[in-house]
Every structure is written in structure tokens, then in C-alpha cells.
Design a protein around this ligand. Structure first.
Ligand code: SF4
Length: 681
């Protein structure tokens, strides 16, 4: 597609202006940004000092966001499909025609098969309060479509945090230097949430001990006092061994537990089988190292556990999060600055989105990790209309081949509303161009530190792209689900959200001040904030979860490896994409990382072309041999687009669509594979 307004012409010469805004992408940090504009074009994006956590620097990903804004993959106008699905041939149409076709297909699907035959599908392409769960939610709820369980990430950890603590606000980045011990569990801030790193380094400078639990040798793992390179899926056993150590050696905070917790005895009982030796054997780590971690945790305070998202991406992910998050309760680590746990802080603002103003219908709930099944198997009713926005499921969702088979269905009407021609958009019947965060208003809410900022339009929209607010508002109107006098445009929505934010948050944002939630910007757990559970205590053994977890709470389910597929494939976040956002940009040759001993056992050499395969699919790419992963593990980057590998498949082609024990999350790290040279395939 070419630009109708010449907006890709470089802006050379002339005065510049700097605009302050914020980053609403799916990253914990929600940086404040200074964007330099010349002749109406973005020429530089950098961190500002407005947000003290950003402190003037940002990731290389968003520095390059201009390459998406003006890049060759940018969608510039609505278009309808001309060729086969997946071929990417489209014809430009007017917005009015595109929206009317969509409204018509939705009306007909509802009349013929019921609203549940329409599946809205979205995730965190933007975490902004205007672009996610706003007018879109109003449309789907009022029209009575299928509901989507947005579980591809953070569902197991979220379920655990909710059950244990009612999503109590947690320790923020600024308080890390107060800790005497930091455990980074399943998280690599050198790649995602990079603003945590200086705070960890500052804590180390002040003498804090650092423990990293991660199968990879990450930059922080290399400087840690103890690195536990656990096998993926075994975190629950490791955490329970620490619990057992605390209980068995008189370090459990019995008085605190008596006052603030329920379910202590059940947890103690479930931890009993996990001696240090048992857990170390299952996790593939040295027993002495695990015992050292237990001893450090028992004896140092303030002690802080950062619960990341790496530990949830397997069959035991929910129980792993439960066991890790329960540690500060049993260890008595709350009540002091720098002690407790740290994870998503998005709930600290108590924003319950009153602007949706529509009850959830009692329609079919589709787990987003089962998209392939939903498109190929669901019959009551079958999915007739799929509306994808803020995500790229053809690249990111488990069982990629089945997802693609579903998207190929000729009787499926697919709409993709996105900024660029994604892998999913290639299968659309209609593509709609969306604005980026540089072209519209939004709210950037951090979920690592606690911050909330206004996102402002920095440049005019590129091409004919439109905001989510405008498009979903227009569809609401065309489908007759908007009441007279209800706000409908982006600015109306912006004002509506500002008016509905709790306390003085909206007024502070209007005045250009930095708002704070009721709990403050750096709450101390069990001093400033307490569990939001119904009885305000910690529920260490929630009955509802015990009955839904396949093997019960705090239970370990064995590794799914087989003789045919003995290697564990992990797909961690990289320094190039935010999930799959920016995956369209050119990148160096994608490589599968493998430990030297595994390569030697297979007669493979560095830079060999290999096939990574299992019964679900295969990926062809180049091999990189490095001891940064432990033996038995191979790694491909998360968020790859299909163009990035040699056969058009990514790690998700090898991932089963099985679900985590709690929360219905994706089991990305349960992919078991074999690797062989492509030369002998
Ligand atoms: S992606 Fe994260 S680190 Fe990068 S600019 Fe956005 S908030 Fe900051």
C-alpha cells in the first residue's frame, strides 16, 4: 500500500518541537516519552524525566517505533480481500463501505446463528484505557457476542494473586534498593521492564543478595549470588521446598500466619513431600544451591520476591505462582519497606471501568488459547464472524497450524483492525487501519511501578487510520446499541474516563500533575495495603482453586517429555518485540539456541540449518550453540512473525493448546521437541 498523503517522505530541515507523552504498550514500565516532531513527522522517540522511573531512557524497541509508524507494512486505508485467504491481496474501500459490510455480516450472523457466532478477539497490543475494554467491550456486550477469556498471558499468576491476596498492591521498583534479598523468579528485566534493572543494581551496591530462578543464564543471573537454572515447569516444587524448609526449621512466621492467614496447615501438608533433595532432583538443580536459597530467604529481611511470568507458562504454572506468592506470608516478610512480593500492580488504581456501562452477557466464553479449536471444531454455533484487534493470533497463540487452518475457512468472515499488515491480517476479509499510540489519546497505566499517564497525539493520523474509540463507537451506532446522548467519539471517551477515574486522579491528569492511587505510589504491604480478599486475610488454600486444579493445589504434574521429543522448547521475550508488536521490522537471522552438550549429542554445529519439530509442526531456522540455556532446553524468541523463519512457522507451531492448572493460561513451555539437521531431513 502506498501513502495517500505522502507521509512517508522524510522530514529534513526545519524547526522541531518536543511533545511529552507516554507508552501504553504491554510492558510493565509505562514510560514517559519525549517525542521530537519536525514538519508533522516523528523524527525521534526517547525517554523523558517526567516519570522518575523512566529517568530519561527507554528500550530500543520503542525508540524504533517510527519504523512502524511510517513503515511499509503500515495499513493506510480500509481494504477488502481480493485473493485467497493468507495471500494478502486487498482492494481499497471507503470506511463507510467497510463498516457497513462488517455491521451487515454481524447482523446476519446474529440473526442466523445467534450472537455467540461472533467472536471478538483481542489482547494487549495496547494496554491503554481507551484502546482496550472501552467502546469495544460495550459493543460486544450489548450485541451479545461470544465472550473471550483473555488468558494468553498473566492468567495463572493473576488467578493466584487474586485468590491469595485479592490482588493487593505490591512492592514497586523504587523500593527494591531497600531489600536485603531479592529473588527474581521467572523474569528477565534486562529484556522486559528494563527500568527494574537499575533498582536491582542499586540494591546489590547496597549489599543485597540476589537470587535468580530461571532456566537461562540471563544478565542478572550472571551477577546473582545464587542462580537456580530450574527445568521449566518445576518452580512449584522448588518453592514448596523453601516452604518446607521454613516450616521444618522454625522460620515460619507462626504469629503472623495466625493473625493474617488461613489454610496454613494444608499448605504445610502439601509442602511436606518436597525435601530439598526431592525438589532439587525434579528441578535439575544442585541441592546445595537450593538449600542456600532457602537459608537466605529464611534469615534475611527485608526479602523481596519478584514473581514474573516465565514460571506460569506450563502445566504447573498456577500452582507455581501460588507457591511463590505464598512465600512472604510463611516467611513473615511483609510489613517492612522492601519486603513482600512484587508483581503486576495494575489493580492498585481500583479502576473498574464504569465507562463500559453494559453488563456481561451470559454468552459462550471462549478461551483465547483455544482459538484453533474454536475456529475448526466449535459447532454450537460455529464461529461465523471473527473480529481481531490489538493482537496477532496467527503468530502468538498455541497450535499455530490449527489456528491457520481455522483462519483459512472460506465460510468465516474475519475482520482485522490493526496498525500493520500482520500475519493475521493476511487472512482477513476486511482490514481496518488503526492508529498507533502516537496518533491518538490514551492512558498508560504501569503494572510494574505504580504510575498512570495521559497519552497524547503527537502527529496527525497516518493515512486513513482511525482510533479504536472511533471505530467501535461507529459500529455501536450502526448496530443500534448506542443510546441517545451517549458519548461516542475519542474526545468524549477521554473526558468520560477522566471523569470516572477514582479520587482526584482525573483532575490531576487534567492539571498535568502526577496522580497517585489511594494506596500511594510506593505502598508497604501490611502497613499501607492489606489483602482485598473478602475477610481481608491471606487465603493460602482457596477451596475454589483446589477443586479446579487438575491435581489439586500445590501439586506437581510430571514433565510431558518423551523419548521422541525429549527437549523443552521455551520462547522467552526478546529485545526486539513487545509480545509480537514490532515483529514486522527487519531483524537478524532468527536462531534456535541450544546447549553445547545437546548439540554434540546430535552432531550439530553452530550456524547449521535445523528443523525443530514435534507432532504439531516444525520450524526451520539457524542453530546457535551457547551455554546460556541449560542442557535439555532449546529456545526461540517470543513474538516472531512468520516471515522470520525459513518455513513460515514460529514457536507457537510447536506449542500444544493444553491449559495451565489454574487460570486457563497457555502452556508455551510445555512444548517438547526434537531437533535435527535440515541437511538430512
Ligand atoms: S515498551 Fe516498556 S521500556 Fe519500552 S518505552 Fe514502552 S514502557 Fe518503556
Amino acid at each position: 500500500m502506498s501513502s495517500p498523503d505522502g507521509s512517508r517522505e522524510p522530514a529534513v530541515g526545519g524547526p522541531t518541537s518536543a511533545v511529552e507523552t507516554a507508552c501504553p504498550l504491554d510492558c510493565p514500565d509505562a514510560c514517559s516519552l519525549t517525542v521530537t516532531v519536525r514538519r508533522g513527522r516523528v523524527i525521534e522517540i526517547d525517554g523523558s524525566h517526567k516519570n522518575p522511573v523512566t529517568d530519561g531512557f527507554i528500550c530500543a524497541k520503542v525508540r524504533k517505533f517510527g519504523d512502524r509508524l511510517y513503515g511499509p507494512d503500515r495499513l493506510l486505508y480500509p481494504a477488502i480481500r481480493q485473493g485467497r485467504k493468507g495471500e494478502g491481496k486487498f482492494k481499497r474501500v471507503a470506511w463507510d463501505e467497510a463498516l457497513e459490510q462488517i455491521a451487515d455480516r454481524m447482523r446476519r450472523a446474529k440473526a442466523g446463528s445467534g450472537g455467540a457466532s461472533i467472536l471478538p478477539y483481542s489482547y494487549g497490543g495496547s494496554n491503554g484505557l481507551l484502546t482496550q475494554d472501552n467502546f469495544d467491550a460495550k459493543l460486544w456486550r450489548r450485541f451479545g457476542t461470544s465472550r473471550l477469556a483473555r488468558t494468553v498471558c498473566a492468567a495463572p499468576t493473576g488467578a493466584a494473586n487474586m485468590a491469595l491476596y485479592g490482588k493487593m498492591a505490591s512492592v514497586t521498583y523504587q523500593d527494591y534498593p531497600e531489600a536485603a534479598l531479592i529473588i527474581l523468579w521467572g523474569v528477565n528485566p534486562s529484556t522486559s521492564g528494563i527500568h527494574l534493572v537499575p533498582y536491582v543494581r542499586e540494591a546489590q551496591k547496597r549489599g543485597a543478595k540476589l537470587v535468580v530462578v530461571d532456566p537461562r543464564s540471563t544478565p542478572l543471573a550472571r551477577s546473582a549470588d545464587v542462580h537456580l537454572p530450574v527445568k521449566p515447569g518445576t518452580d512449584v516444587a522448588v518453592a514448596l521446598a523453601i516452604h518446607r524448609y521454613l516450616f521444618a526449621n522454625g522460620y515460619a512466621a507462626e504469629a503472623f500466619l495466625n493473625q493474617h492467614a488461613r489454610g496454613v496447615e494444608q499448605l504445610r501438608e502439601r509442602a511436606e513431600e518436597w525435601t530439598i533433595d526431592n525438589a532439587a532432583s525434579v528441578a535439575g538443580v544442585e541441592a546445595a544451591s537450593l538449600e542456600r536459597v532457602a537459608e537466605l530467604y529464611a534469615t534475611l529481611s527485608p526479602a523481596l520476591v519478584r514473581c514474573g511470568w516465565g514460571l506460569e507458562r506450563n502445566r504447573n504454572g498456577g500452582n507455581a505462582a501460588m507457591a511463590v506468592l505464598a512465600l512472604p506470608a510463611v516467611g513473615g516478610k511483609f510489613g517492612v519497606r522492601g519486603g513482600g512480593y512484587s508483581m503486576s500492580n495494575s489493580a492498585s488504581w481500583n479502576i473498574d471501568r464504569p465507562w463500559i456501562d453494559a453488563p456481561e452477557p451470559d454468552t459462550r466464553l471462549v478461551n483465547m488459547n483455544h482459538l484453533g479449536r474454536a475456529l475448526t471444531e466449535y459447532a454450537d454455533p460455529p464461529v461465523k464472524v471473527l473480529f481481531v484487534y490489538n493482537c496477532n493470533p496467527a503468530a502468538t497463540v498455541p497450535d499455530q497450524k490449527r489456528v491457520l487452518r481455522g483462519l483459512e475457512r472460506e465460510d468465516l468472515f474475519t475482520v482485522v483492525f490493526d496498525q500493520v499488515m500482520t500475519d493475521t491480517a493476511l487472512y482477513a476479509d476486511i482490514v481496518l487501519p488503526a492508529t498507533t499510540f502516537l496518533e491518538g489519546y490514551d492512558f498508560a497505566r504501569a503494572y510494574g511501578p505504580i504510575s498512570l499517564d495521559l497519552v497524547l497525539p503527537v502527529v496527525d493520523v497516518v493515512g486513513e487510520s482511525r482510533t479504536n474509540a472511533d471505530v467501535f463507537g461507529e459500529l455501536c451506532a450502526r448496530l443500534g446499541v448506542l443510546g441517545g446522548g451517549e458519548p461516542s467519539g475519542e474526545l468524549d471517551l477521554l473526558v468520560g474516563v477522566l471523569d470516572s477515574l477514582p479520587g482526584t486522579v482525573g483532575d490531576d491528569l487534567r492539571a498535568g500533575a502526577r496522580p497517585a492511587p489511594a494506596c500511594g505510589l510506593a505502598p508497604v504491604q501490611f502497613v499501607d495495603v492489606f489483602p482485598n480478599t473478602p475477610d481481608r486475610t491471606i487465603d493460602l488454600f482457596p477451596a475454589a482453586l483446589e477443586s479446579t486444579a487438575p491435581a489439586g493445589l500445590y501439586r506437581y504434574q510430571p514433565d510431558p517429555a518423551s523419548d521422541r521429543f525429549p527437549l523443552t522448547l521455551i520462547s522467552p521475550a526478546s529485545e526486539r518485540t513487545i509480545s509480537s508488536t514490532l515483529g514486522e521490522l527487519p531483524r537478524p537471522d532468527v536462531r534456535l539456541t541450544m546447549h553445547p552438550s545437546d548439540a554434540a549429542a546430535r552432531g550439530l554445529a553452530d550456524t547449521d540449518l535445523v528443523r525443530v519439530f514435534n507432532d504439531l509442526g516444525e520450524v526451520h531456522c539457524t542453530l546457535a550453540i551457547a551455554a546460556v540455556v541449560r542442557p535439555g532446553i532449546v529456545s526461540l524468541p517470543k513474538g516472531l512473525w512468520r516471515r522470520s523463519t525459513r518455513n513460515g512457522f514460529t514457536a507457537t507451531a510447536l506449542v500444544p493448546d493444553t491449559l495451565t492448572d489454574l487460570g486457563g493460561g497457555a502452556c508455551f513451555n510445555d512444548a517438547r521437541v526434537q531437533v535435527a539437521s535440515l541437511a538430512i531431513a
